[in-house]
Write a protein that binds this ligand. Structure first.
Ligand code: C2E
Ligand code: MG
Ligand code: MG
Length: 574
């Protein structure tokens, strides 16, 4: 017996003997268990629940069932599973056991061994990885992607959410391989893989399905617009020029999109949609769903039109006067963008700016607006012989652009316009979305003398906090607060509150949407510094706007020389 014990203790595994009672109580465990799992032989024998507790939760049911089966049928036990060591490490075990019978052939106990197979398992895992990932791009391969898709569809519970699949196929990629060699082609694919992987959210996955095909899985989407946004980002990132070995490559994809909750259908539909995108001219992406596809196509066309509008100079600026109330005088002009659509005629900014923002086109469009408006302001100044301020509306996307400050400087320099004559109008939503970079940009602009206005004040959120934190000079009170002030005292209370607040913060207040003389009198009495609205002038093309200012300046000069000492432009509030 002693000899056997020495032998057992030298084996590179743990030998055990368990009773065949209901709780499989441990009769013998060899010493090797302690270095393996950190629990002593004594602990195994006295603590009946220890084994179940150290079983990896994912393996627990399976292992208990295997043991129960051996107890019941007396067939040999053979199972692999994970145990958690005292220190929390995962130890992979192969557990082999047989039933030992007595002289009368009655089953006595279960006798077996536990072998540490962790390193074997890790090597297998390594191989599995190799089998799951594409070696060129490091992205999931087709097999793994299908697994991920099934997993995603299986996990989704909320009936309002769905899973989306984007199939991406590069058009005429073969040409790159043929003309420039496979290593250039590989480099292009690697770059594209990185780009796509870099733009998805955590939880989304990207795969290379083979050749020049990629796929993006969005496990949870609430509405098609989310998917469209991803498709457009993918498109923008893929079509941006790729530089390989001193050459520039441009690649265009066709993207097929399916949204649904069945993995098999999704694969088929995304693939079909991809072919549709390839076949249909006018769009680089297509939805499987007809209705979504029509909407996507419209949107895509609109974005294309916007891009062309810039190239073909279909944008114009209308200018609306901003007046000072005490004394009454024209102080400045606000530049308002107009799109002269070749078929639709003039399109209002609210009908195309959101799309320009989403597609990022607002950045080049906004640059144009800045240049054009500054140039106009400089011309107007020369024409009327005095300073006239120019206000330009700016979107969040523009402010987030790292070169925004430079864009503004270039516009001012080219026009030779003094910075203090330029006001940038930002809406509260711009400021809500603002990060650190935006704050830095705003401070840099302020430091150069550019003024900042908070536009449409009162329609957003958290206005107060932003007013205190950001270097705003002017607050433009939204039309909704001035529209009915001449119809009752209730309407006035809010406006009075806003004016009081603005005054307390030392801001210049401009009331928007003044259409009647009664409104003008009220906002003037309340202490607003300036006003804007149809009562003073509608937005109009540059030439007409210039004439209107000339007229006003002429009348004003005549009046002031008659009645008042010459006053400068309305002074900013102290
Ligand atoms: P906003 O900056 O608040 O511009 C004032 C809007 O109110 C203009 O509409 C103007 O025509 C209108 N308005 C002015 N006075 C009155 C009035 O007395 N009564 C009424 N009912 N309306 C009045 P518009 O030109 O359609 O512009 C709408 C918005 O589009 C602007 O609101 C601004 O947020 C945005 N926008 C315009 N141009 C640009 C631009 O170049 N870039 C950006 N990012 N946004 C722009
Ligand atoms: Mg504005
Ligand atoms: Mg406004």
């Amino acid at each position: 017996m002693r000899r056997y014990r020495t032998l057992v203790e030298q084996l590179p595994l743990v030998v055990y003997v368990d009773a065949l009672d209901a709780s499989s109580s441990n009769i013998f465990t060899s010493e090797q268990i302690e270095p393996l799992l950190g629990y002593s032989v004594d602990e195994w024998q006295t603590d009946g629940g220890l084994f179940v507790r150290v079983l990896h939760p994912d393996d627990r049911d399976r292992v208990i069932a295997a043991h129960a089966r051996t107890h019941r049928t007396h067939e040999p036990l053979s199972v692999e599973y994970r145990l958690l060591s005292r220190g929390g490490h995962v130890v992979w075990i192969r557990d082999e056991g047989v039933i030992v019978y007595g002289d009368d052939n009655e089953p006595l106990y279960l006798q077996g061994y536990l072998l540490d197979i962790t390193s074997e398992r890790e090597a297998q895992e390594q191989l599995r990885k190799q089998a799951l990932y594409d070696s060129l791009t490091g992205l999931a391969n087709r097999a793994f992607f299908h697994e991920q898709l099934e997993h995603a569809v299986g996990l989704r519970k909320d009936p309002l959410q769905q899973t989306a699949l984007l199939y991406i196929d590069l058009d005429e990629f073969k040409g790159i391989n043929d003309q420039h060699g496979h290593s250039a082609g590989d480099e292009v694919l690697r770059t594209l893989g990185e780009r796509i992987a870099g733009l998805v959210r955590a939880g989304d996955s990207v795969a290379r399905l083979g050749g020049d095909e990629f796929a993006v899985l969005l496990p949870i989407v609430s509405e098609p617009a989310e998917v469209t946004a991803v498709a457009e980002r993918v498109l923008a990132r893929i079509t941006a020029p790729i530089h390989v070995a001193g050459r520039e490559f441009c690649v265009r994809p066709s993207i097929g999109i399916a949204i649904g909750d069945c993995s098999v259908e999704l694969l088929k539909q995304a693939d079909a949609a991809m072919y549709r995108a390839k076949a249909e001219s006018g769009s680089d992406y297509a939805f499987y769903d007809d209705e979504l596809d029509r909407a996507a196509l419209d949107r895509f066309r609109r974005i294309g039109e916007l891009r062309r509008a810039l190239e073909e100079e279909q944008f114009t600026l209308a200018y609306q006067e901003v007046v000072g109330l005490d004394p009454f005088d024209v102080v400045g002009m606000e530049a308002l963008l107009r799109w002269q659509h070749p078929e639709l005629g003039e399109v209002a900014p609210l009908d195309f700016i959101p799309l320009a923002e989403e597609s990022g086109l607002i950045v080049p469009i906004g640059r144009w607006v800045l240049r054009e408006a500054c140039a106009y302001a400089a011309r107007l100044r020369d024409r009327v012989g005095r300073d006239v301020e120019i206000a330009v509306n700016v979107s969040a996307r523009q402010l987030q652009h790292p070169d925004f400050v430079e864009h503004v400087e270039i516009a001012l320099d080219r026009a030779a316009l003094p910075p203090h004559l330029l006001t940038l109008e930002l809406t509260e939503s711009v400021l809500v979305a603002a990060g650190e970079r935006v704050e830095l940009q705003l401070n840099a602009l302020k430091a150069r003398g550019v003024k900042l206005a908070l536009d449409d004040f009162g329609t957003g959120y958290a206005s107060l906090a932003y007013l205190q934190r950001l270097p705003v000079d002017i607050v433009k009170i939204d039309r909704s607060f001035t529209a009915r002030i001449d119809s009752g005292p209730d309407e006035l209370a809010l406006l009075r509150g806003i004016v009081g607040l603005g005054k307390a913060l030392g801001l210049r207040l401009v009331a928007e949407g003044i259409e009647r003389v009664a409104q003008q009198e009220i906002v003037s009495d309340l202490g607003c510094d300036g006003a804007q609205g149809f009562h003073f002038g509608k937005p109009q093309p540059a030439a007409a706007a210039t004439e209107a200012v000339e007229d006003r300046v002429a009348t004003h000069t005549a009046e002031t020389t008659r009645m008042l000492p010459a006053e400068p432009l309305i002074a900013p509030a102290e």
